[in-house]
Write a protein that binds this ligand. Structure first.
Ligand code: NAD
Length: 484
């Protein structure tokens, strides 16, 4: 067993977390993309466990919501403190299970600590209004928990992307059933169950069910589940939206992206190349906000491309902290390689990279990419910098908006006013002036336009909208007499 997974406290072995740790006969192997080896096993839930978990969560939720607010707040502070003490251990697990680098794993965990402290502040917030009303009547509206929230999460930032829904949903007084991606059942699920279990979360308020799409689909149709919060691909998001919509559930969909980093001709070229490399290659490009298009003004495209190509070569040859990790699995690698090949066949130039080494796809640079080519249009989810020239600011806007996605955009320029004028015209949910496209600070609402989502946001001030609903309450001293 991999070192990161060894030890007596790995309670999740062959288990799901539903009314505590429960061993199941059917299991999922945890495969390390780095070594290709099975490093652990967790229980494999089915639709039946999903139904049981949802019913138990529904029964436990009112008691959880009724706890004194300070008891709930204390639990999140405790979980945050526990996580701070476990970061090295958990980072080892995230790295072994998901192919993450150490820096990315620690970043993921450190934002999750902040998220838990933010969640700890939610039970003591006062989300309600006193409304004008008839004389003698008190009228108020208040936010109430939804009940049971089903969370379905992806593999790429497994711990954070599960936690960003689980923590605020619980903090508001919901119960949660979490189904992590089966490729990252431990990082995206079992570590979260362990943390809340050790922090003293009451029984049955949280359930974690490793499993495939069938378990997610079961949550989408279950009568005990009030809301589905899904983060993942647009393809799956459409299925979930349809299923959950048919069953009249609230649905939050945080989906894919084809994000543009725009480099204007007055940009500092070294900084622009650094931003492009970070945006395109962080976590091997497996991020929804990855800079999937790098739009560069024609007059600076040569010196910019030289700088980015050097960074790509250096990173590909890097070791230690800057070692370049594997993609999550073979189908993902085959997909990235296929998009690159089809784009080269269509006339683009493969300047750096291409080819594979195990599950490692090297940092790659494609130049001369035009809007009709696959790499311009398709989400690659691999480490490929796709460079497209533009003549002027109007063309940069046109190219950046030439996609159905609308998640993130970054603009690099020495003129903030000019960059803002470009940014104002982009159809995105996340806009960064003088930064690359991959950003999340926990405090910000996070959500996309177009096929990057369904108009919802998660994070910061959006969490109350997301995980609660209004109740209107009126109070009179005595009931009135009506005409009949
Ligand atoms: P995916 O859609 O294949 O899987 C995501 C989750 O959905 C997994 O837990 C999976 O088991 C589950 N699932 C699969 N089929 C299902 C079904 N029919 N019913 C219910 N659940 C089902 O996602 P992926 O392709 O592995 O992840 C990468 C995608 O996620 C990319 O497109 C990326 O852009 C997107 N993503 C978006 C965000 C965001 O915040 N917008 C963040 C990270 C990743």
């Amino acid at each position: 067993m991999d070192g990161a997974f060894a030890g007596p406290d790995r309670k999740w072995r062959d288990s799901i977390y539903s009314s505590g740790w429960r061993k199941l006969g059917s299991t999922i192997d945890v495969i390390s993309p780095g070594s290709g080896e099975a490093i652990d096993r967790v229980g494999a839930a089915t639709g039946q466990e999903a139904a049981e978990a949802a019913a138990k969560a529904a029964a436990a939720q009112p008691g959880w919501a009724a706890l004194p607010y300070d008891d709930r707040a204390r639990l999140f502070r405790k979980a945050a403190g526990l996580l701070e003490g476990r970061m090295q251990d958990y980072a080892g697990i995230i790295m072994a299970e998901s192919g993450s680098g150490f820096g990315k794993a620690m970043f993921e965990l450190s934002v999750a600590v902040r998220l838990l402290y933010e969640a700890a502040a939610m039970p003591t917030q006062s989300p309600g209004l006193v409304l004008p009303s008839q004389p003698g009547r008190i009228s108020l509206c208040r936010r109430q928990p939804l009940g049971v929230v089903g969370v379905i999460s992806p593999f790429n930032f497994p711990f954070y992307l599960s936690m960003r829904a689980v923590a605020p949903a619980l903090a508001i007084g919901n119960a949660v059933v979490l189904k992590p991606d089966p490729r990252t059942s431990v990082s995206g699920g079992m570590l979260i169950a362990s943390l809340f279990d050790d922090a003293g979360l009451p029984a049955d308020v949280l359930h974690v069910l490793p499993g495939g799409g069938d378990v997610g689909a079961a949550l989408c149709t279950d009568p005990h589940v009030a809301m589905i919060q899904f983060t993942g691909s647009t393809r799956t998001g459409r299925l979930i939206g349809k299923l959950a919509g048919e069953h009249l559930k609230k649905v939050s969909l945080e989906l894919g992206g084809k994000n543009s980093l725009i480099v204007l001709d007055d940009a500092d070229l070294d900084l622009a190349a650094s931003n492009a490399a970070w945006g395109a290659y962080l976590h091997q490009g497996q991020i929804c906000m990855t800079a999937g298009r790098i739009l560069v003004q024609s007059s600076i495209i040569e010196p910019f491309t030289e700088r980015l190509a050097k960074k790509a070569r250096d990173l590909g040859a890097g070791e230690g902290d800057h070692a370049f990790g594997p993609l999550i699995n073979q189908p993902q690698l085959a997909h990235a390689d296929d998009v690159v090949r089809r784009t080269v066949d269509a006339g683009a130039k493969l300047l750096v990279g291409g080819g594979t080494n195990g599950l490692v796809y090297p940092p790659t640079v494609l130049t001369g990419v035009t809007p009709d080519m696959p790499a311009f249009r398709e989400e690659i989810f691999g480490p490929v910098a796709v460079i497209t020239p533009f003549a002027d600011d109007a063309e940069a806007v046109r190219l950046a908006n030439d996609t159905e996605y609308g998640l993130s955009a970054g603009i690099i320029s020495k003129s903030v006013g000019r960059a803002m004028a470009v940014g104002e015209r982009l159809h995105v949910g996340l806009l960064h002036i003088n930064d690359q496209t991959v950003n999340d600070e926990v405090l910000n609402p996070f959500g996309g336009r177009g096929i990057s989502g369904n108009g919802t946001s998660i994070g910061g001030p959006a969490n109350w909208d997301e995980f609660s609903q209004w109740q209107w309450v009126t109070i009179k001293d005595s009931a009135p007499a009506y005409p009949f």
